[in-house]
Design a protein. Structure first.
Length: 239
């Protein structure tokens, strides 16, 4: 896509973007949040088991409120994101913050357990706990990317996102790769988050906004820290 300079300068090539309104299914987002909430029950607790149970209950409650707040056409629950809703976005942000705090706390407890002299983690516990933290980390960052790119999913669904895009997907850079009304959905951000956590570099979208680059940097650092923790523990078990 080529646009002219506002001051009469040479034409400038900028990434294509999605066009017009559209809808996004809520189901993948619900499933991801529910999975992250359940994973909190199988990881070490910050204080006690009831803390994990309480947090999981709060996440489920916030998710239910989010679904009801986003309902459309008189339905009991929302099936699609079709437009911007301030209450729905506030609850969505609350869910993401709760998940972020929970996973950060779990990661810190796991670090202390692994590095502690009295750690009784066996190979199975190590695999389950670090795997749960890593998967939750992928989901949490996918939610951050999805929630804040170009004003949020509601703005993107309306086609009214005034903010510049934070991620340039191949379909946006080359319109021939997708339909004219293509737009990134949650799964696209989940894929970006997974590849960034697995290979420390996105295999799909290119971050353009500084906040997106900073978030991906933090995610890669956290994944690398988990990997180093596991390797150190494995070395200890073998020794």
């Amino acid at each position: 896509m080529v646009t002219s300079s506002p001051v009469g300068g040479p034409a400038e090539r900028v990434p294509s973007t999605w066009r017009g309104p559209g809808r996004e299914a809520y189901a993948p987002v619900w499933i991801a949040i529910a999975l992250a909430a359940v994973l909190q029950l199988v990881t070490p607790s910050v204080m006690d088991g009831w803390v994990d149970l309480t947090l999981c209950s709060l996440l489920v409650l916030a998710l239910v409120v989010l679904v009801v707040a986003s309902r459309e056409d008189g339905r009991l629950v929302a099936r699609h994101i079709h437009g911007h809703s301030t209450p729905a976005r506030r609850f969505s942000q609350l869910v993401i913050v709760l998940l972020s705090i929970a996973n950060l706390g779990t990661g810190l407890v796991l670090t202390v357990e692994i590095l502690g002299d009295s750690s009784d983690f066996d190979a199975f516990d190590l695999l389950v706990n670090t795997g749960a933290v890593w998967v939750t980390n992928v989901i949490v960052f996918a939610l951050w990317y999805w929630e804040y790119d170009r004003g949020g999913p509601g703005r993107r669904a309306e086609g009214t996102g005034a903010l510049p895009t934070a991620f340039v997907f191949p379909q946006m850079a080359d319109p021939e790769l997708a339909a004219p009304d293509w737009r990134p959905f949650f799964f696209d951000y989940l894929y970006v988050s997974f590849t960034n956590a697995a290979s420390f570099a996105s295999a799909d979208a290119v971050p353009t906004a500084r906040w997106a680059k900073a978030a991906m940097l933090c995610q890669s650092a956290l994944s690398l820290s988990l990997l180093l923790l596991v390797l150190s523990r494995v070395a200890g078990l073998l020794g």
